[in-house]
Design a binder for this molecule. Structure first.
Ligand code: NAD
Length: 372
């Protein structure tokens, strides 16, 4: 199975394949870069074979492994960029555990995974991601110190979602200022796709700022929670991306900006929490620029959570004021990306990647210079 020659491989420092026949653990840990500090990124527990049902068992397994390798390489590089653009002292990494968490996730398997983390000696710290929960992190923590996003302990930072929502709010303010010349959000309309942990808090901040909110969610209770706190227009989940709003804030799924949805968007700004929101990282970035829609790159605007978690890696206490200041810097970073994008006439996603690589390269060079 190719690794170095896959499209997603991009100067990764280390890729570790872990297994344990007793618990059924099959995991891959990818460390993209430790130039800025120890690599940090979540642990995704995902049934990669599900997409290949219908193929023979052997083929399904092969394809699942290829998908897992692709995912871990792509996501770990994304974490390097995200952490670099957030100005953090951490690098980028990610891990995936292959299999359906509903059927194979056991405390024993998670503890085995923790043992593998421990062997890496702190080059990579894991955290919650799709398919893993805060409780799973507590179990992994029984065999490894290299776990962050914990709920208990001296330096635990707990649920990152409120911090992510605050960062997205700061990013929306920055985008509205840049694109619409608005010094505040009063009277603007924001369509929020998905009012879960992040979307719900974002709705609250937007309401407080005087914005009109339009929401959609596949879970009725989540809609009701938002309505219980104040007014909002509710629309169909199929239509939220296309409503007449100033800003579209995707806070549910990845891939919602694609060849089908982009022509239907009426908003002038896209700024939300969802990860990997561009279905095709290159083509959709260009398509948004061509339509004159200002896209706030996902990994910059949704960095509030990781900003909060960084202190756990360094076993530091981050007070509320200091954390808010760091999160507010998301706005400055976005303005830098928007301005550079306009100067170079290139899409914002591409500019963000280039700036992230420049930050990592500059640190690599300064470390090299210091060693000489
Ligand atoms: P969540 O699961 O709490 O909320 C997602 C919401 O979207 C849920 O209410 C769900 O019902 C809804 N949803 C799912 N499919 C939908 C659809 N087709 N249309 C409309 N609504 C739909 O997740 P979250 O923690 O709020 O995260 C939201 C997004 O932000 C995710 O993409 C996540 O990866 C990303 N993100 C979250 C954080 C964080 O700190 N939680 C940090 C960075 C990025």
């Amino acid at each position: 199975m190719p690794v170095f020659s896959t499209r997603a491989f991009n100067k990764h420092e280390q890729v570790v394949f872990c297994s344990d026949p007793v618990t059924g653990l099959q995991a891959i840990i990818a460390i993209h870069s430790t130039v800025l500090g120890p690599a940090v990124g979540g642990c995704r527990f995902w049934d990669y074979a599900a997409a290949h049902r219908g193929a023979s068992l052997e083929v399904a397994q092969k394809r699942a492994e290829e998908d897992a390798v692709f995912d871990v390489l792509r996501l770990s590089r994304g974490m390097s960029y995200k952490n670099a653009m957030a100005g953090l002292r951490i690098g980028g990494g990610k891990s995936v555990i292959i299999g359906d968490p509903k059927s194979i996730k056991t405390p024993e398997l998670l503890r085995k995974f923790g043992e593998h983390l421990t062997r890496l000696g702190g080059r990579y710290y894991t955290a919650e991601d799709v398919g893993t929960k805060p409780q799973d992190m507590e179990i992994i923590h029984q065999t490894s110190n290299y776990v962050v996003g914990l709920e208990s302990g001296d330096f635990a930072t707990g649920d990152p979602s409120p911090h992510t929502a605050l960062g997205v709010f700061a990013g929306i303010e920055a985008a509205a200022k840049y694109k619409l010349g608005r010094k505040d959000l009063s009277g603007l309309s924001v369509a929020i796709q998905g009012v879960g942990n992040v979307g719900r808090d974002l709705a609250m901040h937007l309401r407080e700022a005087g914005a009109k909110i339009i929401i959609a969610d596949i879970v009725k209770e989540n809609i009701e929670r938002v309505l219980a706190a104040g007014p909002a227009e509710v629309v169909d989940v199929q239509k939220i991306h296309a409503v007449d709003a100033d800003i579209f804030a995707p806070c549910a799924l990845g891939g919602v900006l694609n060849a089908k949805t982009i022509p239907q968007i009426n908003a002038k700004i896209i700024a939300g929490a969802a990860n990997n929101v561009l279905d095709d990282e290159v083509a959709d970035d260009i398509a948004l620029q061509k339509r004159g829609i200002l896209y706030a790159p996902d990994y910059i605007i949704n960095a509030g959570g990781i900003i909060s978690v960084e202190s756990e890696v360094y076993q530091e206490h981050l007070d509320h004021h200091e954390r808010s200041k760091k999160i507010a810097r998301i706005a400055e970073t976005l303005i830098e990306v928007f301005e550079t994008s306009d100067q170079k006439q290139q899409p914002t996603g591409r500019i963000a990647n280039e700036l992230a690589e420049q930050r990592i390269d500059a640190k690599r060079q300064s470390l090299k210079d210091a060693a000489e």
